[in-house]
Design a protein around this ligand. Structure first.
Ligand code: SF4
Ligand code: SF4
Length: 301
């Protein structure tokens, strides 16, 4: 059941973020409409406010620098085979070489080169979006994967494994997983100040995304920062359930389509007065429901 509700909340986030892209695409047309006296200033300002919120949201998701909860870095544990290890790009490879040489370490101990046709189809698809992940070694296309250390995961942590966004499955770690070589005993990444691998900085588990977005939108306060991943997991499950029960994804989609219709009418010089007041009414009711539902869940803590 949570699978569906977590998917709902993630689609809700996606819907909001895609509106940002769309609004970015429309922004020149919106600005030239107001300059030529088409559309009302009130409607124009509404678009500008929305644009700012959505731009911030995307920035936070893309550039958010670290995780919120007090987590033991569960996403930094990997199997010893090649199935879940971190791939690094050709540029990152060179920077890492410098760092490891500065430490006096033997660079070859830190990675292994694996023929691209031996990695999973899923990972290969992800890497294909950038040619930088492929190395040519004697004419063979290879991928560079970081080696894990020999430090086994503390099995008690597996009870708190969060889900990942992809297919809403639990993270890949299991009782045989070992810490990344760059994870210290305090569960901090020793590289993070000097080098953030693309794959590492792009990854957030599902509960963290849920809470980051809600925090950004003002539903979650700073008190959340000290919660454990177990607590965050519980809250995000319950928020996701609330999204499902209250059909908030449906409301978000309805808002999104009214919003786009208004913007299109605005740039085409159509009559926006009625559409705008309907949208604002809808937004008020929807925002109240969102606030109450999410607020209720948070106050249960
Ligand atoms: S993304 Fe999730 S699992 Fe990884 S460190 Fe952050 S909270 Fe922990
Ligand atoms: S490089 Fe750092 S952030 Fe990436 S998996 Fe290793 S310890 Fe985690």
């Amino acid at each position: 059941m949570f699978w569906d509700s977590e998917e709902d909340i993630f689609r809700w986030v996606e819907c909001r973020v895609s509106r940002y892209y769309w609004l970015g695409y429309m922004s020149d047309a919106i600005e030239s409409s107001v300059r030529s006296g088409l559309g009302g200033l009130e409607v124009h300002d509404f678009f500008v406010d929305q644009f700012a919120v959505l731009q911030d949201l995307k920035k936070m998701l893309v550039e958010g620098s670290s995780c919120i909860p007090d987590c033991k870095a569960l996403c930094c544990y990997f199997s010893r085979d090649h199935s879940t290890q971190i791939p690094i790009s050709t540029d990152e490879f060179e920077v890492l070489r410098d760092i490891v040489s500065g430490w006096g370490g033997n660079f070859e101990d830190y990675y292994s080169m694996v023929p691209a046709d031996r990695i999973s189809v899923e990972l290969l698809d992800y890497l294909k979006s950038s040619r930088n992940f492929f190395f040519d070694v004697n004419g063979v296309r290879m991928v560079c994967l970081l080696s894990s250390s020999d430090r086994l995961i503390d099995a008690s942590l597996l009870w708190d494994l969060p889900k990942s966004v992809k297919r809403f499955r639990r993270l890949w770690a299991d009782k045989d997983s070992c810490a990344c070589r760059f994870l210290d005993q305090n569960n901090r990444c020793v590289l993070y100040d000097r080098l953030r691998f693309t794959v590492c900085s792009e990854f957030y588990c599902l509960p963290v995304i849920v809470v980051m977005v809600l925090r950004h939108l003002g539903f979650v306060d700073e008190g959340f920062l000290g919660l454990s991943l177990r607590e965050i997991n519980l809250v995000s499950n319950s928020i996701a359930e609330s999204f499902r029960v209250n059909k908030l994804l449906g409301l978000e989609r309805e808002f999104d389509s009214k919003f786009r219709e208004l913007a299109i009418a605005y740039v085409n010089g159509g009559d926006v007065g009625k559409r705008f007041s309907e949208l604002k009414d809808f937004e008020r009711q929807y925002a109240d429901l969102l606030r109450v539902r999410v607020g209720l869940k948070l106050s249960c803590l």
